[in-house]
Design a protein around this ligand. Structure first.
Ligand code: HSE
Length: 310
């Protein structure tokens, strides 16, 4: 195989109560990437469309993740790779833009090499892209991009990822206000310490959410989608977050929260009709302010990154 074209999906990190540990993978939103072998050793970013991003390999998340993979092989291969990135996920949108590029790059190179690395190893390489993007090697977006479905980052050192089941007929509606929030900035406003009482409520919700996924219990899932710790700080950065949440829940959503570090807001709902209703109602709510926005509806993507052709 000389060349591969892939779909690198958007992801929702945190899922309300699971800051830095929970995430899920989306079907309807994602980038495309073409990666090909080249006679020149190393990694070259040869094309980027849809966003203004650095071409220098060491400054590009896809490049850095690819270098981490090659480093694990001691760069002992006698060819290199060219990467083309066709962005559909806006950087700074909160739906895993950097994760899609980093995960996509290492997934594609692994395929071209004949799959020497496991999914968990690919997550470890892709985290290096996240380290470049926001200063922390977070894995809660790259894990669901690579594994698909819902994932839990059980630990980061050593890296352990747990794959979780999903709820039947689960959809997400995402509203993306066209403002940019840098992950590093929205991490910087969070407190270092949290009161024990809040922590207790939060980890009860994380446990309940995992149980809800395993037992396909939509009402327990809904009841667990509360974030006592991060949302109170970050919601201030997102205009009309409270109004969107109110209208989503009124329209039948199971829950609503900040996607990753924002500004995107996610909602979950159980069937297509309710989901369409949620999309209509939150769009109406957001149309009342002057900020342009996009709304996406997606099923949960159980597969993760998809090969378009090779
Ligand atoms: N868990 C990370 C955060 C995800 O919320 O900062 C960033 O998309």
């Amino acid at each position: 195989m000389k060349e591969i074209k892939i779909f690198a999906p958007a992801t929702i990190a945190n899922i309300s109560c699971g800051f830095d540990v929970l995430g899920c993978c989306l079907d309807a939103i994602g980038d495309e990437m073409i990666v090909r072998k080249s006679p020149d050793k190393g990694v070259k970013i040869t094309k980027i469309t849809g966003a203004t991003l650095p071409y220098e390999t060491k400054n590009n998340v896809a490049g850095v993740a690819a270098l981490a993979l090659l480093d694990a092989l001691n760069f002992e291969i006698d060819y290199g790779f060219e990467i083309e990135i066709y962005k559909n996920i806006k950087p700074g949108s909160g739906i895993g833009s950097s994760a899609a590029s980093a995960a996509g790059s290492v997934f594609a190179i692994n395929q071209l090499l004949g799959k020497p690395f496991s999914k968990i190893e690919l997550v470890a390489f892709a985290r290096e892209g996240e380290r470049l993007a926001c200063g922390s090697p977070i894995a809660d977006n790259v894990a669901p991009a690579i594994f698909g479905g819902f994932t839990l980052v059980k630990s980061t050192n050593p890296l352990k990822i747990i794959e979780l089941p999903t709820i039947d007929e689960l959809y997400t509606t995402i509203i993306h206000p066209q403002i940019e929030i840098k992950t590093a900035d929205s991490r910087a406003i969070l407190p270092n310490d949290i009161p024990l009482k809040k922590a207790v409520k939060q980890w009860a919700n994380v446990g309940a959410l995992i149980h809800a996924l395993h037992t396909n219990n939509a009402s327990l899932f809904a009841d667990s989608l509360t974030d006592y710790i991060v949302e109170p700080y970050r919601s201030k950065l997102i205009p009309d977050f409270g109004l969107v949440k109110e209208s989503a829940l009124k329209a039948g959503a199971l829950g609503c929260g900040i996607s990753g570090s924002g500004p995107s807001i996610f909602t979950f709902s159980k069937n297509k009709q309710v989901t369409e209703n949620v999309a209509i109602e939150i769009s109406k709510t957001y149309s009342k302010n002057k900020i342009p926005f996009h709304v996406y509806v997606s099923k949960i993507n159980l597969e993760g990154i998809k090969i378009i052709n090779s």
